[in-house]
Design a protein around this ligand. Structure first.
Ligand code: PEP
Ligand code: MN
Length: 368
């Protein structure tokens, strides 16, 4: 299924050449000096295209620093005048949009805490009617692809065609090394539904700590995301917000130098021939896997009939445990990841149970 949105390519509105679009700047504009000093150093790297700064900060708890407010727009414009960077801010209501537009901000983005709320997104969309400005939509805090798509649709519905998504990870009950779980499959699903939508990655909010940023950035580039938003601060250790995940402009420059830029495809005939050959092999193996799965299901059904005719329950936990243990350790001998093997077996087992349940509920074979 493909969705139908009217979306312009990134190159229509962002200063990109052949590499990824790099948006950087502090999590929050704190003081004029902090913002200008950071912007100057980012400019010196020669690797940044757009300056970002949060001036209205949605905070989890009241009493935390809630952003410097509209005065930050003046500082951003000073930074723009000095460095030539287009400037980007987060907007979370109609008033923010009006103030940002009045201050001639170049790019707006909608934050994760706003994308979760269709009322908020619609208010922003209504304030944007008739305006031609690029809008980037971060994924919602919770892993709900429809909410993300809904927000993109609302903004597009207001006539905004310069539109991009930002993948910043999702809140998860499970605690891992990441502040927000990447859940890459959601971003990949979005790309499948909207192939023309530019998707950027925000490794800063995924990682929550600067050490992991190079790894997540590279992964995003390898998944063909078109840009990165990375928070940078003149002195991250004293940042008023998100101190652990911000990097200095010099560190950002090193991170960018470390990127390996891979192409989405190669026109080299030797490469395409070899790739076609390997894909053919994969297709054959997939055929075999499916034939074997179908064979297995036939045997499962025979067992189902046999259990039904002898009044034996479908599930025998000890048998299932045995399959799981034997196959997972066999899998590891074959160099298959244990989690992967267990997940596949579980899928197969669930389908087997479903089929056997259907058989149980059908009439017994005539034993007479
Ligand atoms: C931010 O970009 O500083 C921000 C608040 O991000 P998010 O909306 O992704 O939490
Ligand atoms: Mn931040």
């Amino acid at each position: 299924m493909k969705l139908n949105l009217n979306i312009e390519p990134l190159s229509n509105w962002a200063p990109v050449s052949n590499g990824p679009l790099i948006i950087s700047g502090p999590c929050s504009a704190e003081t004029e000096e902090q913002l200008l000093a950071t912007a100057r150093l980012l400019k010196q790297t020669g690797k940044v295209h757009v300056l970002r700064a949060g001036i209205w900060k949605p905070r989890t708890r009241p009493g935390e620093f809630e952003g410097i407010g509209a005065v930050g727009l003046e500082w951003l414009n000073k930074a723009k005048a000095e460095t030539g960077f287009p400037i980007a801010v987060e907007v979370a209501n109609a008033k923010h949009v009006e103030e940002a537009l009045a201050a001639k901000v170049d790019i707006l983005w909608i934050g994760a805490r706003s994308t979760v709320n269709p009322f908020t997104v619609q208010e922003i969309a209504d304030a944007l009617k008739g305006v031609d400005i690029p809008v980037m939509v971060k994924n919602p805090i919770n892993p709900d692809l429809s909410l993300w798509i809904g927000a993109l649709e609302r903004i597009n519905g207001a006539g905004i065609t310069k539109i991009a998504a930002i993948h910043r990870g999702f809140s998860s009950f499970e605690k891992t090394a990441f502040r927000n779980e990447p859940m890459w499959d959601l971003a990949i699903n979005l790309k499948t539904l909207l192939p023309e939508l530019p998707i950027l990655n925000d490794p800063s909010h995924i990682c929550g700590s600067r050490e992991l940023i190079p790894f997540i950035s590279q992964k995003a580039l390898d998944l063909d995301m078109q840009g990165l938003m990375i928070e940078a601060h003149i002195d991250p250790t004293v940042a008023w917000t998100d101190a652990k995940q911000q990097v200095t402009p010099a560190a950002l420059s090193e991170i960018i130098d470390g990127f390996i830029l891979r192409k989405a495809e190669s026109k080299n005939p030797e490469f395409t021939d070899k790739l076609a050959g390997l894909r053919e092999k994969i297709d054959k193996i997939d055929d075999q896997i499916f034939q074997k799965l179908a064979e297995r299901m036939k045997v499962v059904e025979q067992i189902g009939e046999f259990k039904r005719d002898n009044d034996v329950t479908i599930l025998q936990v000890s048998r299932w445990d045995e399959i799981l243990q034997k196959r997972v350790s066999y899998g590891s001998v074959l160099n298959l990841d244990k989690d992967f093997s267990a997940k596949i077996l579980e899928l197969i087992h669930n389908e087997s149970i479903r089929r056997q349940t259907a058989i149980m509920n059908s009439a017994k074979a005539d034993l007479g």
